[in-house]
Design a protein around this ligand. Structure first.
Ligand code: NAI
Ligand SMILES: O=C(O)/C=C/C=C(\O)C(=O)O
Length: 484
């Protein structure tokens, strides 16, 4: 498949047109031009994918773990061999710097498959010797067919983060990548077939969330739904899938706090906080969007942070020196800009950025925005409370540890948090008191795929990663055996 062609569904090991023959446009964010079109599927395509997946389920479930792992490894190897091709496609489809796709997105997609190929071979279940003659042991069987719905910000990275554990655990998958960034998942499906994944084990149905995503969630064949995306969408998915008693893993939005104490290693903190605010144009659910800085170093932080943000190179994602690319869509560009207008109305001062950028040449009509830093916002205003998901960070001043923790916890979200301090006591204390699924101390986005990943409050339900993912994609069944 060439990424310039029509992107079709991948069902039962073949590319097929959507039943009703309709397509959605796919745009290159850096130019604002349409460069492809993607199947606009409906319930009939989801039905076909579910039938194919169900047909393949027994064969895949009964495939020995070593063989499944070998196929996952073969997929990882093939992807790694085509890293540049996939990175270019990801950058074009999403707007992110190709250097980032090359260094982070595609290598992580490779690791997702390699990691779960290894993990499934070490996965074990419990045995409870109850008494001399009673033994309880727990079987962990695949669920059958599962639905995986992924977003546009880290397209292949998050697509593979879901389907790798699902496949490793012996499930067949009906997946829907975001209709905004459908290219690399389509290329990847083809690669899976070439690597020996049997037909029907992975099926891809393209289309909009309300049509295709909801049909996957509502379909009686899918036994679990793994979703990453916005909180409102997560709530909608839960309202469809929960009454059908499906297992749900929801990885949702964040309004992540960064707590900067005055005893931190300043230079390292500054460089990392710049990354945690603006990496991938701020379009990562883990980005730190509320930065709380202790009084004594507030002015220094503000001056140096703003100076560094102003220097970030916003330009053509294909240029190797570009540090920030284009926002993913015209609609999202407008949404992020609307928050900057709102910030002004809510009393904030834009210290830098928030300007629409028009790089010379082919990117003149792209959806670029310079990284924005805001100060002076009240804690309870919408700009301080809602997920913006763009290159926008707000600064707040604090005096005491208790005050910082209370302010950090004062949002409906609870995904990630970052603490900068040299005090070990404080690091442990604050990490324990923050309402978040993930706390990084003196670092950000350092990932170990064995660790539980997910959020509390409106940031989601359930955990991904490591054993958590393999447990999610299997059903425990206890067998109680009376001996003799
Ligand atoms: N936590 C995260 O990683 C992400 C958060 N977001 C947040 O969500 C906001 C809205 O962005 P969207 O593109 O609309 O994200 P979204 O959450 O609507 O999209 C994510 C995925 O869900 C699908 N989807 C949408 N509606 C659905 C439904 N009713 N049933 C099943 N699947 C559905 C989409 O087609 C896409 O594949 C963003 O501005 C951002 O704040 C967006 C993407 C990722
Ligand atoms: O697993 C990771 O390392 C990162 C995950 C990021 C998201 O889920 C996101 O940005 O939506």
């Amino acid at each position: 498949m060439s990424e310039r062609e029509r992107l079709q569904n991948y069902i039962d090991g073949r590319f097929v047109a959507p039943v009703r023959g309709e397509y959605l446009p796919v745009y290159e964010p850096a130019t604002g031009h349409q460069f492809a079109e993607v199947a606009s599927s409906d319930r009939a395509d989801v039905d076909a994918a579910c039938i194919a997946a169900e047909r393949a389920a027994r064969g895949w479930r009964e495939t020995p773990v070593e063989k499944r792992a070998a196929i996952l490894d073969a997929i990882a190897n093939k992807l790694e061999a085509q890293l540049d091709r996939f990175a270019s496609a990801e950058s074009k489809d999403n707007g992110k710097p190709v250097s980032l796709a090359r260094a982070v997105d595609i290598p992580r997609a490779v690791s997702n498959f390699r990691f779960f190929a290894g993990a499934i071979q070490h996965f074990a279940s419990e045995c409870h010797p109850t008494s001399a003659d009673v033994l309880n042991y727990t079987l962990r069987t695949p669920l059958g067919v599962v639905g995986c719905i992924s977003p546009w910000n880290l397209p292949l990275y998050l697509f593979t983060w879901k389907i790798a554990p699902a496949l490793a655990a012996g499930n067949c998958v009906v997946a829907k990548p975001s209709e905004i960034t459908p290219v690399t998942a389509t290329m990847f499906a083809e690669l899976c077939g070439e690597a020996g994944l049997p037909p029907g084990v992975l099926n891809l149905v393209h289309g909009t969330g309300p049509e295709v995503g909801e049909a996957i969630c509502a379909h009686p064949t899918t036994k679990a739904i793994s979703f990453t995306g916005g909180t409102k969408t997560g709530a909608r998915i839960a309202s469809v899938a929960a009454p059908l008693f499906k297992k749900l893993s929801l990885e949702l939005g964040g309004k992540n706090p960064v707590l900067v104490f005055d005893d931190c290693a300043f230079d390292e903190m500054l460089a990392t906080t710049l990354r945690s605010s603006f990496s991938n144009q701020g379009e990562i659910c883990l980005c730190g969007s509320r930065i709380f800085v202790q009084d004594a170093i507030y002015e220094r932080f503000k001056t140096e942070f703003v100076a560094r943000a102003k220097k970030l190179r916003v330009s053509d994602p294909l240029e190797p020196t570009t540090e920030q690319g284009a926002l993913v869509s015209e609609q999202h560009h407008a949404k992020v800009r609307s928050y900057l207008d709102l910030a002004r109305k809510e009393g904030g001062t834009i210290l830098c950025g928030g300007e629409v950028i028009s790089p010379p040449g082919r990117c003149a009509n792209g959806w670029f925005l310079s990284p924005a830093v805001i100060e002076g916002l009240p804690h309870n205003c919408r700009t301080s409370q809602e997920e913006i998901f763009g290159p926008v960070a707000s600064l707040y001043r604090f005096k005491t540890e208790d005050e910082a923790v209370a302010l950090a916890n004062d949002t409906p979200y609870g995904l990630a948090s970052v603490v900068w301090t040299r005090s070990l006591d404080r690091a442990h204390r604050v990490a324990g008191n923050l309402h978040a699924g993930i706390t990084w101390v003196n670092c950000w986005m350092v990932r170990d795929l064995r660790t539980p990943f997910g959020g509390v409050k409106q940031s989601g339900v359930g955990r991904e990663g490591g054993w958590e993912a393999l447990r999610f994609f299997t059903e425990p069944k206890n067998v109680c055996l009376k001996l003799s």
